[in-house]
Write a protein that binds this ligand. Structure first.
Ligand SMILES: Cc1cc2nc3c(=O)[nH]c(=O)nc-3n(C[C@H](O)[C@H](O)[C@H](O)COP(=O)(O)OP(=O)(O)OC[C@H]3O[C@@H](n4cnc5c(N)ncnc54)[C@H](O)[C@@H]3O)c2cc1C
Length: 408
């Protein structure tokens, strides 16, 4: 490896790439390391869903999405907000648009053109990218230890480091939480990594799975303990996926931990009230229609009708009871999907161990950014928004740290 960089950025996901972009732009010698043969693999995977870069809502509303980390993240999200994300993407030649749900996407609806332009910008700024460098932790003298593909080890001794190693979901894309032990070994407080935005397990009958796995449930609402979330869901062989389920994730996690199971109420017709639905059903029954036909006449898809049949006891014959079931189908959740299959990770490096610039209090010169920090948020663009904002913030912290060293 050539010379010692001013700054080592470890992890070539959105957080690390953003930190490298800012620091390279300041004329610093930046080396970016990643264990994988190429960088940005999870970003590319996110691109398969259209690449929801951020959300268009006002910042005060957006901050609420970060729950307990709201106030900690506030200055970072103020410094690099959703307008900044849009401008940044457009500056990389990727015009964006806001969908009807307020989510912001590149017009290309994929990540590869953005990543290509981003890497070209890093190259222009002189950022050296070292792939197949698997960070193992700190040496006794504080150096960074990397294992190479041939099993040999190299050390780096930069003036400052940004750790942006990601969470632990979808480990085949590079981030597997292997950094937790090396950090704990040197006394850094890392909260256990747990799934965020996971799908849920529901014991569908085999016939239901065979016919309907992969089909959507459009514009439904799910409710748990009075919290209602609207969105589109996808039926899977094991249960359900979708934004509304993810948003309820922390509540589902708590109820499962407390009771071992959780019952979600699924509203298949959120815009209709029980009485008017019952009246329409009664009218259809009056014309001699079967229950299934009457339900289909309400506009329910075959998979939505079939879900009603999954409830023990089957379809009620009486219109009001059937309408009430349709408005609150009880779904028993047995588990959340594992961390490896979740969209993102909760837990991570505790903010208490970091200063306001995201520098580890016990390791001056080492900064942390992205999903490896202890925050979580629902899907909707909030994940990439916070990864980019914390990468940007950590880079500003590195600049201030190096400037203070130079003046000392
Ligand atoms: C299927 C899917 C779809 C998603 N869609 C969206 C979306 O549309 N919108 C949104 O906002 N978010 C989305 N996300 C989440 C988003 O992609 C992540 O939150 C984001 O990529 C995290 O960025 P990061 O830089 O912190 O970590 P990562 O992107 O995970 O990058 C971490 C990097 O660190 C490297 N690394 C890890 N350990 C080591 C080590 N020991 N040594 C060297 N390198 C290491 C990894 O190889 C990786 O390149 C999606 C996630 C998934 C799984």
């Amino acid at each position: 490896m050539a010379g010692e960089p001013d700054v080592a950025v470890i992890g070539g996901g959105p957080a690390g790439l953003m930190a490298a972009e800012i620091l390279g732009g300041e004329g610093l010698a930046v080396a970016l390391y990643d264990r994988m043969p190429t960088v940005g693999r999870k970003l590319l995977m996110a691109g398969r869903g259209g690449l929801n870069l951020t959300h268009g809502e006002p910042l005060a509303r957006m901050l609420d999405r970060y729950g307990a980390a709201r106030e900690t993240l506030r200055p970072m999200l103020e410094a690099f907000d959703n307008a900044a994300v849009r401008a940044w993407a457009e500056g990389l030649g990727q015009p964006v648009f806001t969908g009807s749900s307020g989510r912001v996407f590149p017009r290309a609806l994929k990540a590869s053109p953005l990543l290509r332009a981003w890497l070209a910008r890093l190259a222009e700024r002189g950022v050296a990218i070292h792939t197949r460098h698997d960070w193992q932790g700190f040496g006794a003298d504080g150096s960074l230890r990397f294992r190479l593909a041939d099993g040999s080890e190299v050390l780096a001794r930069p003036k400052a480091t940004v750790l942006a190693l990601g969470g632990a979901s979808w480990p085949r894309l590079g981030a597997d939480g292997g950094w937790v032990e090396p950090l704990r070994a040197v006394g850094i407080d890392v909260r256990d990594l747990v799934p965020a935005n996971p799908g849920i397990d529901i014991a569908w009958s085999p016939g239901f799975v065979e016919r309907f796995a992969g089909r959507p449930l459009k514009t439904v609402e799910v409710e748990l303990d009075g919290d209602r979330q609207r969105g589109d869901l996808v039926l899977t062989a094991y249960g359900l996926e979708g934004g509304a389920i993810y948003t309820l994730g922390p509540a589902i996690r708590d109820v499962l931990a407390r009771d071992g199971k959780a019952t979600l109420n699924l509203d298949l017709r959120p815009d209709g009230d029980t009485e008017s639905i019952a009246a329409r059903l009664a009218k259809a029954f009056g014309k001699g229609r079967s229950r299934a036909n009457a339900l289909r006449a309400l506009g329910l898809a075959p998979q939505a009708v079939a879900i009603l049949r999954e409830v023990p006891g089957g379809l009620p014959a009486e219109p009001l009871a059937l309408a009430a079931l349709l408005k609150a189908v009880p779904l028993e959740v047995t588990a959340q999907r594992s961390l490896a299959r979740a969209i993102s990770t909760a837990g991570g490096v505790a903010f208490d161990g970091l200063d306001k610039r995201l520098m580890l209090r016990d390791r001056p010169g080492v900064f942390v950014a992205g999903e490896m920090l202890d925050w979580e948020a629902p899907t909707g663009g909030y994940l990439l928004q916070a990864c980019l904002a914390t990468g940007h913030w950590a880079a500003r912290g590195v600049s201030a740290f190096l400037a203070a060293q130079d003046n000392a």
